[in-house]
Ligand binder design. Structure first.
Ligand code: PLP
Length: 360
């Protein structure tokens, strides 16, 4: 048979999404489940978002604004940067892909910590770039010294995921300062801050505030998590104007929809409510962490809206045991299990399932 797709894609892992209720109903006959597998915030769309999206539906026979001007202006004001530094995209994962497309040629190297966001290797392979994975520290964080050493003259890009998905670990300012000073000026560093709004440790820097003026730093953020727009797909990046303009050239035209732009504008009006929700989530994060530690799970401190259970090769079995009790978590066999923080009631269901799974 003639092969129509690239043979190197055979070795590429597929992105594994968090499972959902339909999977459990089909496979286990379970009618109700709590989904703690995709790092969503559990409190529904922000006030005003559904109305704004519904109103925008009336214009969907028209193309969206290609430049997302109103949205970029609103983001620019909120972030105190000029709008020409912002690029919006169909989720920050799409922007990560576009950044790689804009920086890497086949054979170029991309350095990142591993385990980290599972899209990085897929994105790198998509353009024929070489992934250079630097193992996490024993504490499940980035090994910044080893990452600096892994940079060669083929390196074009470094992903720094802060806080790190899926381990929740975070990098402090002094360590990041030292690392960023060591990165050559012709290597772009992407600070992936998908969970920034959930950070409570004052020593974990806001990448944009702290490093946004550096020429080779790009900050990647999303409206999927704290801002509750995962289903509508909206992310953004902040780079220097020249880099932003170059990246904008390779964004798929019209890929942030008219409805997503309208909803994002409405969501951005709700900063106080976002703060309130994040406070609920981070308080629960600490409670769940403590409860798991009491069950003798060595949970690292998390600065995101999920916790990491380093269960090693027991991870898949733990995930299945939780599912059989109607709680969907996200195992990464053979390393650990990531569990999203839900409502207090959802977290209680998870903790009961975890206790039973660990005993079983
Ligand atoms: C670290 C990190 N970056 C980026 C993303 C992508 O988010 P989205 O494409 O929904 O904006 C995620 C989603 O899980 C993530 O964990």
């Amino acid at each position: 048979m003639t092969r129509l797709t690239r043979p190197d894609l055979d070795g590429l892992p597929a992105y594994v999404p968090g499972r959902n209720l339909a999977d459990l109903t089909r496979e286990l006959g379970i009618a109700e489940a709590v989904k703690l597998a995709s790092n969503e915030v559990p409190y529904g769309p922000l006030p005003g978002v559904v109305e704004a999206a519904a109103e925008a539906l009336g214009s969907v026979h028209r193309y969206p604004d290609l430049g997302a001007v109103a949205l970029r202006d609103a983001l620019a004001e909120r972030l105190s940067v000029s709008a020409d530094r912002i690029v919006t995209g169909c989720g920050s994962v799409a922007l990560a892909e576009i950044i790689v497309k804009a920086t890497c040629m086949p054979g170029d190297e991309i350095v990142y910590s591993w385990r980290s966001f599972e899209a990085y290797p897929i994105i790198a392979a998509g353009v024929g770039a070489t992934s250079v994975r630097v193992p996490n520290t024993p504490e499940h964080g980035h090994d910044l010294d080893a990452m600096a050493e892994a940079i060669t003259d083929r390196t074009r890009l470094v992903f720094v995921c802060n806080p790190n998905n899926p381990t929740g670990s975070s990098l402090r300012k002094a360590d990041l300062d030292r690392f960023l000073d060591a990165v050559p000026s012709d290597v772009l560093v992407v600070l992936d801050e998908a969970y920034r709004e959930m950070v409570t440790d004052p020593q974990v820097p806001d990448g944009l505030e702290t490093y946004g003026d550096r020429a080779n730093i790009l900050v990647l953020r999303t409206l999927s998590k704290a801002w509750g727009l995962a289903g509508l797909r909206m992310g953004y990046l902040v780079a220097q104007p020249g880099e932003a303009a170059a990246i904008r050239k390779v964004v798929t035209p019209f890929s942030t929809s008219l409805v997503a732009q309208a909803a994002a504008l409405a969501a951005l009006q709700q900063e106080d409510e976002v703060r309130r929700r994040c406070a609920l989530v981070t308080a629960e994060r600490e409670r769940v962490t403590e409860a798991l530690r009491k069950l003798s799970v060595d949970v690292p401190a998390s600065q995101a809206n999920f916790v990491w259970l380093p269960l090693g090769d027991r991870s898949a079995a733990f995930g299945q045991a939780c599912e059989s009790r109607g709680v969907i978590v996200r195992p990464f066999q053979p390393d650990g299990v990531r569990v999203t923080i839900g409502t207090p009631e959802e977290n209680d269901l998870f903790l009961a399932a975890a206790e039973a799974a660990l005993e079983g």
